[in-house]
Write a protein that binds this ligand. Structure first.
Ligand SMILES: Nc1nc(=O)c2c([nH]1)NC[C@@H]1CN(c3ccc(C(=O)N[C@@H](CCC(=O)O)C(=O)O)cc3)C=[N+]21
Length: 300
């Protein structure tokens, strides 16, 4: 058997079209243009590419994009002053501070400074708590994208055995909460799990989010399972030439695709969905801030 390869790029385009539709409605019926502010501290080239791509995608869906680039040595107080201004700015509905930040800054304190209703990364303690207690949270973008893709691919998820590998606050924990909310039986596995292979073999749904290149081999996968690979790892690719690299996931794609029913590739899988869901969360934040109905098809 060879798995159906899930096209994250195509599904991301569908989500972005939905976002654009809601943006048009907000403009036409309410005179509101959703706005996303992205803050980048320092000059990491990879982060600069991500931030630029986010800005382009934001403008393409009809929203306003506000980019703030600060020098690497920006004092904490200056960054907080900017966040405070963005919190108070009625044109800004979503705020994202690109991670990682330079070592003298604390990601936890930065997230805590962002107004929870504008926390489109869904990283704040308030959002995590709302999600865990089944209330209207802002779900973090990557898990939200994975959930939308799973629903699109499998339909109703009720009763399915889901194994999430990885327990990060950004992906593993919120992913488990979202799957639980859709009535899956959820296991959170991680580096200390006793028999990871056996645990993964039980799963109808595998979400790999550990950050270790190709660590999940095909013989861990139950035949026909749906495999969502969140990993983005850069490894040497001598076949492409000296010093070249390529992107791989946390799943060994070549062996897993022989067993799985569905599988996401890397690149072109979960990555594009993350950006589409950032835009979706910005529209959701905008609707909530203005007391309007939840945007259909964009929330968990
Ligand atoms: N506050 C914050 N929120 C984030 O969500 C956040 C962040 N900081 N810091 C960095 C990571 C990384 N991230 C990615 C998003 C999309 C792709 C993506 O679209 N990747 C393409 C490939 C891109 C390539 O070729 O390099 C793909 O998988 O097809 C990758 C990585 C969001 N992050």
């Amino acid at each position: 058997m060879s798995a159906d390869i899930l096209d994250g790029k195509a599904f991301a385009a569908t989500i972005r079209a939905r976002v654009a539709g809601h943006v048009t409605r907000l403009k036409d019926s309410h005179g509101i243009t959703p706005g996303l502010a992205v803050v980048l501290v320092g000059e990491d080239p990879a982060s600069e590419v991500y931030v630029r791509n986010k800005g382009i995608a934001t403008v393409e869906t009809g929203m306003n994009s506000f980019e703030h680039k600060l020098p690497a040595e920006t004092p904490e107080a200056d960054l907080y002053a900017l966040i405070d201004r963005l919190n108070a700015d009625p044109a800004v509905h979503g705020i994202l501070v690109q991670f990682p930040v330079p070592a003298h800054l604390s990601e936890r304190d930065i997230v805590a400074r962002i107004a929870p209703e504008k926390d489109v990364d869904g990283l704040s303690v308030i959002n995590a708590g709302l999600l865990a207690s089944g209330q209207n949270a802002m779900a973090s973008c990557t898990p939200l994208g994975c959930l939308m893709l799973l629903r699109e691919t499998l339909g109703d998820l009720t009763g399915k055995d889901a194994v999430v590998i990885g327990r990060s606050n950004l992906v593993g924990k919120p992913m488990a909460q979202l799957l639980l909310r859709d009535s899956c039986t959820v296991t959170i596995a991680h580096s200390r799990t006793k028999d990871l292979a056996e645990t993964v073999r039980r799963a109808d749904i595998v979400v790999a989010a550990v950050g270790r290149a190709q660590m999940v081999p095909g013989d861990w996968i139950k035949p026909g399972a749906c495999v969502i690979d969140v990993g983005i790892n850069r490894i040497p690719a001598p076949e492409k030439g000296e010093g070249k690299t390529r992107l791989v996931g946390d799943v060994d794609f070549a062996s897993a695709r022989e067993v799985a029913g569905h599988i996401t590739p890397v690149p072109g899988g979960v990555g594009p969905l993350t950006i589409a869901c950032l835009l979706a969360n910005t529209v959701t934040a905008c609707c909530r801030i203005h007391g309007l109905d939840e945007p259909e098809g964009l929330t968990a």
